[in-house]
Design a protein around this ligand. Structure first.
Ligand SMILES: *[C@@H]1O[C@H](CO)[C@@H](O)[C@H](O)[C@H]1NC(C)=O
Ligand SMILES: *[C@@H]1O[C@H](CO)[C@@H](O)[C@H](O)[C@H]1NC(C)=O
Ligand SMILES: *[C@@H]1O[C@H](CO)[C@@H](O)[C@H](O)[C@H]1NC(C)=O
Ligand SMILES: *[C@@H]1O[C@H](CO)[C@@H](O)[C@H](O)[C@H]1NC(C)=O
Ligand SMILES: *[C@@H]1O[C@H](CO)[C@@H](O)[C@H](O)[C@H]1NC(C)=O
Ligand SMILES: *[C@@H]1O[C@H](CO)[C@@H](O)[C@H](O)[C@H]1NC(C)=O
Length: 420
């Protein structure tokens, strides 16, 4: 390398001298490039190649090329190379043109155009898939591995309306230089593949390359038109929900905390949205945040449900989708009495009710009298009672038993009255 450096310097010096002392001759005419070809080099990727015209006078001039993509989407750019790689869909065909220009003088007349094109791939109309949608999701792979995160890919589509019943579709994706075929299809009622799941892919979580997805098919009855589509990762990435959401109420402070979602992006890359639902008043409060905590002042005795969602912020990549809301966390109370108090009240009511039933049954079946057979010669009215009390002075043991018996019956009646 070191021996090449002086050589390069000399060459550069030579070009500078050539350029400065020779403005393009008025007689120079630019000729179009030759052998312009478009080659499919990969899924949804082409290489445009051409050669400088062999008759083009190249002394004293710096040639460049103006490339114009005509289909599927118009685009034009300039280059000094004689080849150019393009990532593009191909199911609508592809066509491009190129002309020779003077690199350092754009007002100098350019050459005529040469064009080339790729045909629309063959297949019967209406047989290719429609409504292809794909989403990616970051999954934990292996924490001990140097790549702890992997990206999964899920795509769904609908069979073409004119696709024969025996049609079978096959999906491939390409990311960077790697192309993989789907291994896990879901089928429709006619056993045609209509969805695909890649639990793991070579897609880089933080990558900025296009994701190319290609679906072709086969059938005995018709040629199935292939379909391809390019996806920007930020637009289809289904971000995971924030983790470990916790909420607690301390007097009038509702404080909520969470952790960043499972993701290859670091903490500072996330925007959050917190949703607090007041179940008593029935209203939502939502807040956009960049932090991992949120404290809200509450003046209401109520039960709150708290949810958080995340999105990768524009600081780290173009704006994409919000994650799903996290599972709701409930805090606070919308009832004045805690459940233990309610439990005691219910328990007491149940006890009284059982006692009442028992006493009713006893009465109906005269169980009472059976269980406590009347003492000999029971007195039947209060008058007698007083009589017996008066007799007490006489000190007969018989009257003493009688008094106890009355007292018990009265006690039971008091209990019954308190139930109602
Ligand atoms: C153009 O292609 C033809 C045929 O492939 C070849 O003979 C010729 O050398 C090519 N011209 C240039 C300038 O490469
Ligand atoms: C660029 O080309 C135009 C047209 O030939 C010529 O008039 C002009 O002098 C050239 N400018 C330079 C800086 O070479
Ligand atoms: C497919 O997508 C088109 C356009 O987005 C929509 O109008 C159509 O309803 C979709 N078809 C089905 C079956 O979802
Ligand atoms: C995780 O990766 C390490 C290193 O590559 C490997 O030894 C280990 O078996 C992997 N564990 C799992 C659960 O895949
Ligand atoms: C579908 O495309 C893949 C990849 O280009 C190719 O290998 C396969 O043969 C194609 N299948 C059909 C049925 O065209
Ligand atoms: C979330 O909480 C669980 C258990 O509470 C813990 O094991 C885990 O490490 C926490 N997650 C993060 C990202 O800290």
């Amino acid at each position: 390398v070191s021996s090449m450096a002086p050589a390069l310097l000399i060459l550069l010096g030579a070009t500078v001298i050539l350029q400065t002392d020779s403005l393009p001759d008025e007689n120079v005419v630019l000729l179009p490039p030759v052998n312009f070809t478009i080659k499919v080099i990969d899924l949804a990727q082409v290489l445009l190649c051409w050669e400088p015209n062999p008759d083009q006078e190249q002394r004293n001039v710096q040639l460049g090329y103006h490339v114009k993509i005509n289909a599927p989407e118009e685009k034009d750019y300039e280059t000094r190379n004689t080849e150019s790689r393009r990532v593009t869909i191909l199911h609508k065909g592809f066509s491009a043109s190129v002309q020779t220009i003077l690199w350092n003088n754009h007002s100098f007349p350019a050459s005529s155009w040469v064009s080339a094109e790729l045909e629309v791939p063959p297949g019967s109309p209406g047989t290719s898939i429609v409504n292809l949608t794909c989403t990616t999701n970051t999954v934990a792979y292996n924490y001990t591995h140097e790549k702890p995160y992997q990206v999964s890919l899920h795509c769904t589509w609908i069979a073409g309306k004119d696709a024969p019943e025996d049609t079978q579709y096959f999906l491939y994706y390409r990311y960077g230089f790697v192309t993989q075929e789907c291994q896990e299809y879901s089928k429709d009622t006619q056993q045609r593949n209509i969805a695909c799941q890649f639990p793991r892919t070579v897609i880089k979580s933080k990558g900025r390359d296009w994701l190319a997805v290609y679906v072709n098919g086969s059938s005995k009855e018709a040629a199935i038109k292939p379909f391809d589509q390019l996806f920007a990762l930020h637009a289809i990435d289904q971000v995971n929900s924030p983790m470990n959401v916790t909420a607690e109420i301390d007097r009038t402070c509702l404080s909520i905390q969470w952790e960043k979602p499972l993701s290859a992006f670091p903490s500072h890359c996330f925007d959050y949205e917190v949703k607090i639902y007041n179940t008593r008043k029935g209203y939502f409060q939502t807040e956009k945040l960049k932090t991992n905590t949120f404290i809200s002042i509450i003046d209401d005795i109520s039960k709150y449900s708290v949810q958080v969602r995340a999105a990768v912020s524009s600081v780290c990549r173009p704006t994409g989708l919000w994650s799903e809301w996290s599972q709701p966390i409930y805090v606070g109370n919308d009832k004045q009495k805690p459940w233990t108090e309610w439990f005691l009240i219910v328990l007491m009511a149940a006890t009284c009710f059982i006692l009442l039933i028992v006493s009713l049954i006893c009465r109906i079946c005269h169980l009472w009298t059976k269980l406590f057979p009347p003492v000999p010669a029971p007195k039947s009215n209060i008058k007698d009672f007083f009589v017996s009390i008066n007799n007490e002075k006489t000190g007969s043991s018989e009257t003493e038993v009688e008094v106890i018996s009355y007292a018990e019956e009265a006690g039971l009646e008091t209990l019954e009255a308190s139930v109602f």
